[in-house]
Design a protein around this ligand. Structure first.
Ligand code: FMN
Ligand code: ADP
Length: 313
């Protein structure tokens, strides 16, 4: 997949091949997004065009000063990875800045869309674009003048609701990672690097790989999770604590992610790893002492092993 970064106004020397393009922010690349993206891929294939995506970075809400959008389900690099996996030929990453936010919908079509040589545009039914989000699928229809075809993809529903990045974020805030998995079509996954912790893990019999996030991921509810831990091309099962380790009353109340990996021995410091959230086990707790914590971690491990075996994940 080719990735092209664009800023508004677009350069004049673009001479792209004809394409079918899907428009959207696509945080998470969830099953609703996939329907839109797949439509562009299929239309491109049928017509001998390139399949293309136009996405934006950073999130409009981050730029327009609304809160709550500095953490993502798929930070840009993860989004690109998912799009590539789907077989998209070309992704345009449009920088979302103040100048771009002020572009009227009709000008967006004339100045940002048509220069990309798009023959077909695919959007979700509730997609909005341009200044104050005033542009809709209807605007695209009204402005096409036969220059491009349009597909408007209807809502994809799951678990009784319209699949959306917002609802997935809410699920993560409640620790509902199994529901998240259904809506994403894959487990929620973060990437990071293993860093040094307080070296306490090994003294309590449960060494933990402390994972420092490489990208701005949304981390949901504090608590203990059953996870898959991927490193060096190998995949392991394990349990992860997300939280501030209240038992130890540490000065730094920073959120940490620590994975105890089953059937693993070795040194992981400095390694790039992936953690997939598979199921929630319990809330993080403050224990009366280390012995109570160790007893509980033993139970967590037993529970997780049973659950892994039952679910075969
Ligand atoms: C499965 C699991 C569950 C944990 N649950 C808690 C908890 O509920 N409360 C808590 O204070 N710490 C909890 N911890 C964190 C331990 O306190 C932590 O792993 C230990 O302090 C080691 O820290 P270190 O890696 O910085 O040396 C848990 C750790 C694991 C692996
Ligand atoms: N089964 C295991 N799970 C997690 N880490 C392990 C395991 N076996 C060995 N390790 C190594 O031990 C380190 C964790 O030991 P720990 O005492 O908890 O130290 P730290 O406080 O630096 O995390 C990991 O970063 C990794 O290099």
């Amino acid at each position: 997949m080719k990735t092209i970064s664009l800023t508004y106004p677009l350069p004049r020397d673009l001479q792209p091949d004809p394409c079918a393009i899907a428009l959207g922010y696509f945080d998470g690349v969830h099953i609703g997004h996939r329907r839109v993206i797949q439509k562009a891929i299929d239309t491109a294939k049928m017509n001998g065009w390139k399949s293309a995506i136009m996405t934006f970075d950073p999130h409009p809400r981050e730029v327009l000063g609304q809160t709550g959008y500095s953490q993502y389900l798929t930070p840009l690099a993860d989004k690109l990875e998912q799009l590539e996996k789907m077989g998209v030929d070309l992704t345009y990453v449009m920088r979302f800045d103040i100048a771009f936010a002020a572009v009227y919908p009709e000008d967006f079509i004339a100045e940002c869309l048509l220069p990309l040589n798009c023959r077909h545009v695919v959007v979700g039914f509730d997609y909005t674009f341009g200044y104050r989000g005033m542009g809709t699928a209807q605007t695209l229809l009204a402005s096409s003048e036969g220059r491009y075809g349009i597909d408007i993809v209807g809502p994809v529903n799951r678990l009784g609701e319209k699949v959306s990045s917002t609802i997935i974020r809410e699920y993560l805030h409640h620790g509902n990672v199994e529901q998240t998995r259904l809506l994403l079509g894959r487990p929620y996954k973060i990437r990071g690097v293993v860093v040094h912790g307080d070296k306490r893990g090994r003294t309590i019999g449960f060494p933990t790989a402390n994972v420092r996030l490489s990208r701005p991921y949304l981390i949901g509810k504090n608590g203990v999770y059953g996870v898959r831990f991927n490193v060096d091309g190998q995949s392991y099962r394990g349990v992860m604590n997300v939280g501030i380790k209240p038992t130890f009353e540490l000065e730094k109340k920073e959120k940490s992610l620590e994975v105890h990996i089953f059937d693993f021995q070795g040194d992981l410091y400095g390694k790039e790893v992936e953690v997939e959230f598979l199921f929630f086990i319990r809330d993080e707790q403050k224990f009366s002492g280390v012995d109570a914590l160790i007893a509980q971690i033993r139970e967590d491990v037993e529970y997780a092993k049973r659950k892994f075996a039952e679910a075969n994940v």
